[in-house]
Write a protein that binds this ligand. Sequence first.
Ligand code: AMP
Length: 609
Amino acid sequence: MHQRTLLSASRGVLLSRRASLAYLTCKSCRTRLNFGFSARRSLATLPNLPLFRALKNHDPASLAVVHNPSFRSFTYGNLVADVVQAQDRLLKSSGSGRDGLRGERVAFLAENSYDYVVMLLSIVASDAIAVPLSTGFPIHELKYIMDNSQAGMLVATKRYEDIAQNIMDGGLDRQPILDVRSKITAGASGIGVIELEGLDGVNGGMMLYTSGTTNRPKGVLIPQSALAAQAASLVEAWKYSPDDRLLHLLPLHHIHGTVNAILTPILSGSSIEFMFPFNPTAVWKRLAEPFLPEGTRDKITFLNAVPTIYNRLLSIYPTLPPEIQQAAKIGISPEHLRLNISGSAALPTPTKKAWQNVSNGNVLLERYGMTEVGMALSCGLDFADRVDGSVGWPLPSVEVRLVDTDTNEVIHPGEETDASGRIREGEIQLRGPTIFREYWGNEKATRETFAPDSDGKGSWFKTGDVATRRTVEAAGREMSGDWAKGPMYFIQGRRSVDIIKIGGEKVSALEVERELLSLPQIAEAAVVGLPSEQWGQKVVAIVVLNTEVAAQTGRNGKPWGALDMRRALKDRLAGYKLPSEMKVLDGAIPRNAMGKVNKKMLVKEVFGV
Ligand code: AMP
């Protein structure tokens, strides 16, 4: 039997419908096993799960994936055929058919492209756990993920052959499977009828690695059922449809880029246009193109992005040629860009306003989510349900509660303010079918992150994020669906870094950042709490200035500084919330690929503590 060893010793060429070569070498017996296309399974099957049912039923001629800038495109017919074949290859490589990869971790390395989609879907279809690796990570991080996930197999596109080989070098007893996909032909020819096959228990899913701050990254195991529930919830709330063309600008080892911008559009039969890495000028041109006299491309109807992407787009908009500006304005207007979503970090109100101005009134929809839970809270499709500073309501199938950060009591509806009228802050806790199963191989962390409940309906995932809840006039009237009702949630930040305690008072770093960013002198802001002998902590602002505005608005011959900042904010923030210090950085505040600031690292870098 070649079985297990093959998993850890496979080498070959995979995923290509027309590849001339497909082989695996069993390391223990050195037998070369050929799996050329002639060895295709006679009956093409996909598991009878919602995603694959949908894939099978989409119009085979409709577009699934488009590569920008080449505009090479792939239909749902192509996709279903390639997923079936790739799945077939993966399963054969395991040596024992349908059961061979059950629950096994299969890591993969692919550029933002059709290949990525084929790899992800074929791994999940094999009832295995897909572990997307970031092509931008250093080798030692990738090796860590391979080891931590105990991935028995690595699949890579040709472009990442060297990295894949490198990951396997140095002691790991594995060989990568390399994909040299040749041209894909249109249609699902050669595949024949695709049957849906019931699985005897579902073990597959996806594993994403969280960006660890103090500890090494943790593998978040999201079972197939949670992926399906997350996607179904988003379809209901955001109404993805086959008419949507989604512009995909995000990295693909995060929940945002994978679930919101691949799995959910695929479930809905939308088309995904990959445009990565992010280049703001190119994005503007793409958005404008259908509205230029010579334009031929389909318009973009759906944009999923993070606040830094919107900021960068907005900052270069004035530098674009007038005809591009004009056409882009039409392209992102509410008539054409059906939905523009922001998330992964707090959306500054000035960004939301500026986008509204440039787009003839399109309002960014803010949502909140995380790797462990997919999307949890969202504003609604109706413009009245996109309230500044709020992340809206629990998405369909998500159950949310707030647990008071002082008293540890659940804040029941109607108890949002305390006896003295102050708004209570609570940790967001979640449960329901969208929640992840476990931190891989880390029982202790898994146990500690769930809070049991005596109501018999399961434990709550403790997000570590703090929010308040309040009713907003004119919002939450079920205009965006029956889930978008009642009081709205407002994120205050992460409990560990964003809730700053000064004497007996608490300050939300996010609230202060919001106000700082509304000042024309400030381009970027991160608010942190530093130790203070007198108060326990003090509020400190780390900022990047808009140098021109700051130079023009200083007083007494001095550039605009900390005192001016405090003066400008004193009518907007209570005295104890005003930053007592302001550290000005040159350049930019360091952020990760999703535009998030790692505050613990930032404080270390800037203040050495
Ligand atoms: P990740 O798991 O990398 O997607 O990060 C999730 C974290 O991002 C959450 O726990 C929040 O702290 C933060 N986050 C996501 N969406 C928002 C939002 N709309 N506003 C503020 N913070 C957010």
